[in-house]
Design a protein around this ligand. Structure first.
Ligand code: IMP
Length: 199
């Protein structure tokens, strides 16, 4: 197995990424298990935040590290909540409060197009001069009310017309075939497959 530190404390992301990478011989070590402190997300773009998180995990662990920075971008809100998705309704962060805030902002509006966006950054060590950067997005609409208990974050209000379901109703296998995170992970595997197999 190829051991990588995952620079995330979000249980929903950890579950999805582990499930996706395990069949490729990748074992993720959660940074919390190693006592690695969170960096916060100080930057204005997903890619900068992901790079900061990945470097921090590699620095403290001495191992290769993978970070995911992701969020929901709603067209009519100019791309918000974007990098602020996790704390859209303030501290302490709460998925249900975020969903309620989003639904109330969109109340009575018919333009409900949105997409999830995910950037993943992989560094072989903290000073890696050539990090692997991949991305993915997933388009949908903001539902009028929450539906489904699966997934995490905004999934109960992220409606997918092709399925006539919200992401909160999809099973993990299906979400991991089509989501923003799945697309980023697919690109990551195709970039790193040979490198991982040579070691
Ligand atoms: P990060 O840890 O700052 O990248 O937080 C990402 C936030 O974006 C999460 O806390 C969710 O609110 C939202 N998000 C990202 N990906 C997903 C997803 O797959 N489903 C639901 N919400 C997501």
């Amino acid at each position: 197995m190829h051991k990588i530190v995952l620079a995330s404390n979000n249980p929903g992301k950890i579950h999805e990424i582990s499930h996706y990478l395990f069949p490729f011989g990748v074992e993720l070590i959660n940074q919390a298990v190693l006592g690695i402190p969170e960096t916060g997300e100080p930057a204005r773009t997903f890619v900068e935040n992901a790079l900061i998180k990945a470097r921090n995990a590699a620095l403290h662990s001495g191992k290769p590290a993978l970070a995911d920075d992701s969020g929901l971008c709603v067209d009519v809100l100019g791309g918000a909540p974007g990098v602020f998705s996790a704390r859209f309704a303030g501290e302490p962060k709460s998925d249900s409060a975020n969903n309620l805030k989003l639904l109330s902002l969109l109340s009575g509006r018919s333009d409900r197009q949105a997409h999830y966006y995910c950037v993943m950054v992989y560094v072989r060590h903290a000073d890696d001069p050539a990090p692997v950067v991949v991305e993915g997005s997933w388009h949908g609409e903001i539902a009028p009310e929450p539906r489904g208990e699966r997934g995490f974050g905004y999934d109960p209000v992220f409606y997918l017309p092709d399925y006539d379901q919200t992401a909160g109703q999809l099973d993990l296998g299906e979400k991991n075939r089509v989501s923003h995170r799945a697309k980023a992970l697919e690109a990551l595997i195709s970039r790193l497959h040979d490198e991982w197999n040579d070691h």
